[in-house]
Design a protein around this ligand. Sequence first.
Ligand code: 13P
Ligand code: SF4
Length: 371
Amino acid sequence: MTEVAIPAGPGTADILRRIAVARAALDSQVVILGHHYQRDEVIRFADHRGDSLQLARWAASQRQARQIVFCGVHFMAETASILAQDHQQVLLPDPTAGCTMADMVTGEALAEAWDALTARYGPGVIPVAYVNSTAEVKAFCGEHGGAACTSSNAVAILRWALGQGRRVLFVPDEHLGRNAGRRLGLGDGDMAVWDPRAEDPAETEDPAGAAPVGRPGAPGADGPRLILWRGFCAVHRRFSVEQVRAVRERHPGVVVVVHPECRAEVAQTADLMGSTDFIIRQVAAGEPGSSWAIGTEINLVDRLAREYPDREVVFLGDRVWYCPMMMRITPANLLGTLENLQAGREVNEVKVAPEVAAGARLALERMLAIS
Ligand code: 13P
Ligand code: SF4
């Protein structure tokens, strides 16, 4: 077990009881979706819990519910809203639950980078957006022959995209892009980094050693195959190779499993890498007595430790860190959402302008068809 417990706030028992009452009264009018990083007091009310891909598929397949209450972050609710039916509404209990990584690329910045790369290399730059991005970014990808991807299908989508054009511009997670690229056999010389904050993004130095896009002798005879946006998840970037080594010393025989948003050197030192659903499946399939160190958000790691008491499940990091955005969904604001619905008020609906939704839907539907 990890030593960390999430304290229940004052009055939580009463709030949980009222959520159960409201939820039962709303019946099939509502479906509650919950991401694995949600705290226990929230995810226990989810009708379906999953990783980003599973939740997107659930949202696309719900026909009956009039409202989808999304316990996760804004880009997930936006994705659900784009894939849902016209008669459905998607509600996010706290509209400020964003994702700091998704904020690292805008549609405008992506268009500028794509224009610059197309001017440099000619046609055939395929834009691919990690689903942790805004609808505008996905729309640009959909409208320019690209697709969206999640952590569980990034390798398949990149393989597809590299088959569509000569090179891929991957936004916004440098680490997921590099980890997926390596899985496809791309070397560091085949990848380059694009830092949108640099004075000249084409001159971005890559710590893995590839020459910047704009310099003579840039990667590959014909330029890089994969151009990685310099974005990251502040939660996953903190895991380190030293932590992997230290946990192996403390727990001989431990299996280290990390999320692909971790830096490439961490992913390479770990034993296994995959989405939140993949991580759960590994521990679930483990033998009693087996030992696991998990490099992802701590709500999920703590839950696994509690659900599999006959296995040793420890957090890879040396301090406690939550995703502060996922933590914005609380029992209190979930209760507010449900009780407002009971009173006939749909609060905090996540809506996407139809012209943006059309392009983003293209990118998401391509993703769902490929993976
Ligand atoms: P998954 O799709 O693996 O659940 O990841 C979502 C996420 O935001 C990880 O930080
Ligand atoms: Fe975004 Fe990182 Fe939180 Fe996932 S864990 S929602 S990538 S900030």
